[in-house]
Design a protein around this ligand. Sequence first.
Ligand SMILES: [Fe+2]
Length: 180
Amino acid sequence: MAEIRIRNTNEIISGDDNVRKFLSRYEVIYEHWDVGKLPAQLQDNFTLSDEQKSEILNTFEAEIQDLVARRGYRTWDVITLSEATPNIEELLAKFEQIHTHTEDEIRVIISGAGTFIIKGDDETGYFDVNLVPGDLISVPENTAHFFTLTDERKVVAVRLFVEENGWIAHPYDDPTFQKS
Ligand SMILES: [Fe+2]
């Protein structure tokens, strides 16, 4: 289950209902997939072949088609990031810059963990959403955010897109951002 930490106050929000309620205030969608449906060799595996990535997408075909029907996604893929990823340092440095997109950014964690740092309202400021396998999050378009890994530095996630170029990052310069 995802857990939220509000950076200004260090307040922790946990529990499915509380997390969902908090995120809905910022129109962030939070749902679950049952990663237990995956064959064992596709769970906690961070060096997936293209065939194995397709197998993951096939396993969640119904969930993907449900999202397509509700939200109009047109393409999807599986990404893996770990110490085995060439240029992981460079990628992470690039990720850790606040930005916005012209479409929502939706991710489903399949293995490992990841954190979205999202800008709430002026009073709440930035909050971290710590995601574990099965967590689905969608950050709305034009909402300032960035994604990073936990200390374990490994994640497998499904991404869905509406437009080929909708996910292009537009830098968002924010002097109020608190580093951690
Ligand atoms: Fe993004």
